[in-house]
Design a protein around this ligand. Structure first.
Ligand SMILES: Cc1cc2nc3c(=O)[nH]c(=O)nc-3n(C[C@H](O)[C@H](O)[C@H](O)COP(=O)(O)OP(=O)(O)OC[C@H]3O[C@@H](n4cnc5c(N)ncnc54)[C@H](O)[C@@H]3O)c2cc1C
Length: 475
């Protein structure tokens, strides 16, 4: 949907009347700050001077009621509305491809309540991840959702993109940690979902909005589970004879009730190209970094011993645990220069999830469809397995081509199409925690089949004018 010039000219004054002039941005330099999240084509297009999208107006609400008012104004003027959290998303979800209105939620930055009896925190959507973490840490608590982007990302973005943090194997993904949400609906009303994640009062509306990426409404606050800072954190480094041996060891450990907080297992190329440079030590083969933690030292020690024993049964060798501790200390260095690529390189992460019965077929499919097919273009594929569940695990497959050549965008899109198609054919799910945005929208029909129509019906009931983040999520 595109807005007419008249609709846009009237929009800024209408917003100013509701929010005040200082909450409405219209200067070119201000709008330019919202042209790209961390989606490679958006970064590439911005660098070329032809951004994928640029808002006509940005609104910066200071109160949750303001968000409802903004949506009322946007409906009246029939302009597209895109929620902007920290802009750290990798899928193009926050890019205003049809122009219109961006709602920058970072002004909603209040931590409303820390309830250390119930072990919950209620925070407004724009609270920054690291700010929340530091505040909780000062109270002896932590949010167990701790993504590598917490420096930039917001609470609303965590929830809207259905993300996962580094400690998810023990504590769960964001959808396991949300108790309730407050959401501004496109019709300009605020509603609070049922504030308990376990109930029997019908389908769960909280879950409907987790992963909705601003297409159904705008999340203005979330109540999340917190846990005590672990009294004990213990590190293990393992070297496996094969990926298959590692998967067998860890799925058995999880099935028996062991709950490491981190299991990060690198395949051969992942060890050589990703792990080794960050740790600054020559390493090869299949390596796993494993972390155990909790409030009871005896339990941590028992889980650690039991998991190591299972790994040994599968032929693993234990290496210096200091390597795993260094990994922990440097876990964000993977995403920063010199370890993170820059233009003119092409990069992207095909993160996929699958049951244990299918995970090896998916791993092989990625090697064939991406690594081998694009070897002539100089592609490197670094894979690790993280975010483990009792029933399956995810593969974080990061591809990199140091120089994208004459038509890097076409090459980027071909790699994605081949990778995702191969993953789906092998029985995988195209994404574990990065969301859909623009990047995976074309694959939503293949992922959901007829179920996508049900989601589209929900969307048109909530957002009959189609103003909420159009073009995203395949809706
Ligand atoms: C270096 C790096 C590391 C990363 N590591 C991880 C990781 O470990 N785990 C992980 O899960 N992700 C990771 N990501 C991806 C990204 O940071 C997450 O998806 C994050 O949750 C996005 O939060 P944000 O506030 O930046 O959202 P944005 O990028 O601003 O928005 C993401 C999507 O959500 C929508 N949205 C934002 N706020 C709201 C709201 N309040 N209501 C409704 N819709 C909203 C936007 O419109 C957009 O569609 C990483 C990204 C980078 C760049």
């Amino acid at each position: 949907m595109k807005s007419s010039v008249t609709q846009l000219v009237e929009l800024a004054p209408a917003l100013e009347a509701v929010l005040g002039a200082d909450a409405v941005l219209t200067e070119d330099a201000q709008l330019d700050a919202y042209t790209a999240d961390t989606y490679w084509p958006a970064i590439h297009a911005r660098a070329a001077g032809t951004p994928l999208g640029r808002p006509d107006v940005v609104a910066v609400p200071r109160r949750e009621e303001d968000v409802a008012s903004i949506l009322r104004v946007a409906s009246e003027h029939r302009v597209p509305v895109v929620a902007w959290g920290g802009g750290s998303g990798t899928q193009g979800g926050a890019v205003a491809i049809n122009g219109g209105l961006v709602v920058d939620l970072r002004g909603l930055d209040t931590i409303v309540e820390i309830d250390d009896v119930s072990m919950t925190v209620t925070a407004q959507a724009g609270v920054n991840g690291n700010v929340l973490e530091r505040t909780l840490n000062a109270r002896g608590l932590m949010l167990p959702h701790y993504p590598a982007s917490s420096e930039w990302a917001t609470v609303g973005g965590y929830v809207a993109a259905r993300g996962s943090g580094v400690l998810s194997t023990r504590y769960g993904k964001i959808e396991d940690l949300v108790l309730g949400l407050r959401v501004a609906l496109p019709n300009g009303t605020l509603f609070d979902s049922v504030p308990a994640p376990r109930h029997a009062v019908g389908p769960d509306l909280t879950q409907l909005f987790i992963g909705s990426e601003g297409t159904l409404g705008i999340i203005t606050r979330a109540t999340l589970e917190v846990v005590p800072l672990p009294a004990e954190r213990s590190f293990v480094t393992l070297h496996f004879p094969s990926v298959e041996a590692g998967v067998t060891a860890f799925r058995t450990a999880l099935a028996r009730g062991n709950r490491p907080s981190v299991i990060r297992m690198y395949d051969e190329e992942g060890t050589r190209r990703t792990l080794s440079p960050v740790l600054g030590v020559p390493l090869d083969g299949v390596m796993a970094i494993v972390v155990f933690e909790g409030g009871e030292g005896r339990l941590v020690a028992a889980e650690r011993a039991a998991t190591i024993e299972l790994a040994r049964t599968e032929g693993a060798r234990e290496l210096d645990p200091a390597l795993a501790e260094t990994w922990w200390d440097r876990r964000y260095d993977f995403y920063k220069p010199p370890h993170h690529p820059e233009l003119p390189a092409i990069w992207g992460t095909i993160d996929v999830v699958a049951s244990y019965a299918r995970i090896h077929a998916v791993h092989q499919a990625l090697k064939t469809a991406v690594r081998d097919r694009y070897a002539p273009e100089g592609l490197q594929l670094r894979m690790h397995f993280s975010h483990w569940y009792r029933w399956g695990t995810m593969i974080y497959a990061r591809f990199l081509i140091p120089d994208g050549g004459a038509d890097p965008l076409a090459l980027h899109d071909r790699i994605w199409a081949d990778g995702v198609t191969a993953v789906l054919a092998a029985g995988g799910v195209m994404n574990d925690h990065h969301g859909v945005g623009l990047k995976l929208a074309p694959f939503m029909p293949a992922q959901h089949g007829p179920g996508l129509q049900a989601l589209r019906s929900v969307k048109s009931a909530l957002d009959p004018l189609g103003i909420m983040n159009p073009g995203k999520l395949g809706l």
